[in-house]
Design a binder for this molecule. Structure first.
Ligand code: ADP
Ligand code: MG
Ligand code: MG
Length: 245
């Protein structure tokens, strides 16, 4: 049984159809890469999977863990274990990084999270990501550099332990060290959580130390090609032209 199954998904953003019938499957404990030219709907697909209200599903279905989640609200999907790391993480003044993650964890589990245990795990995980401890008590993403925002996303992923993590260009704009750190975080997630990943990226640097199971190529609101890891290299050599409709 697949973890994620998307069937003929059509999605509108502000009454304009952006996804024109996407089909995509992600198995358990698998690493998938989603590539495609700018503006083809990769981020839109990510938002539609997580249930962002601005992305209206007009037809088709999304199944997660065997359950039809097409109509399920965003917070319910998060509870089921779907996580999206944003291409452009939002700044949230007045909510610390620590409080934000603890709240998300409590929302997800429906239980109170004991502060002592939480802080311990948070500090350990931040250390692994080479994040200074002081960031935990800073307002979420406010004044964070691009790299720090992306690290904060990876930190959330490691703390929330989702079944499916969608990473939307988490590696874009990062320096070599930050890419390595993010990559380490992703590996840690694979080892610890045995979750699945859908990695939206234009770069191969983040994939270097990961085993990629499946590569999907999107063009103009559709998945136009599925392949193995070698498809990533093929695209890097020849571009997207051969896949264009
Ligand atoms: P990609 O991530 O592949 O670059 P996007 O999913 O961001 O592509 O965008 C696909 C198309 O949908 C683009 O034409 C974009 O302008 C449009 N779009 C995406 N999100 C919105 C939005 N919130 N409001 C208006 N148009 C949007
Ligand atoms: Mg995008
Ligand atoms: Mg085209």
């Amino acid at each position: 049984k697949n973890l994620l199954e998307i069937k003929d998904l059509h999605v509108n953003v502000e009454d304009k159809e952006i996804l024109h019938g996407v089909n995509l499957e992600v198995g358990k404990d698998e690493v998938h890469v989603l590539m495609g030219p700018n503006g083809t709907g990769k981020s839109t697909l990510g938002y539609a999977i997580t249930g962002h209200p601005k992305y209206a599903i007009t037809s088709g279905q999304i199944f997660f863990d065997g359950e039809d989640i097409t109509e399920m609200p965003v917070n319910e999907r998060a509870k089921k274990g779907i996580f999206l790391s944003f291409q452009n993480p939002l700044e949230v003044p007045g909510v610390t990084l620590s409080a934000f993650i603890r709240n998300a964890l409590e929302q997800k589990t429906g239980k109170r999270v004991r502060l002592w245990d939480f802080k311990k795990k948070l500090t350990e995980t931040m250390k692994l990501l080479s994040m200074d401890e002081s960031y935990a008590e800073r307002d979420l993403n406010v004044g964070f550099s691009g790299g720090e925002k992306k690290k904060a996303e990876i930190l959330q992923m490691l703390m929330l332990e989702p079944k499916l993590a969608i990473l939307d260009e988490t590696d874009s704009g990062l320096d070599v060290d930050a890419v390595r750190t993010v990559s380490k975080g992703i590996q840690l997630y694979k080892e610890k959580c045995k979750g699945s990943l859908l990695i939206i990226t234009h770069s191969t640097r983040i994939l270097e130390s990961l085993h990629v199971d499946v590569t999907h190529v999107m063009d103009e609101g559709k998945v136009v090609k599925n392949g193995d890891a070698s498809l990533v290299d093929e695209i890097n050599e020849n571009g997207f032209e051969e896949f264009e409709q």
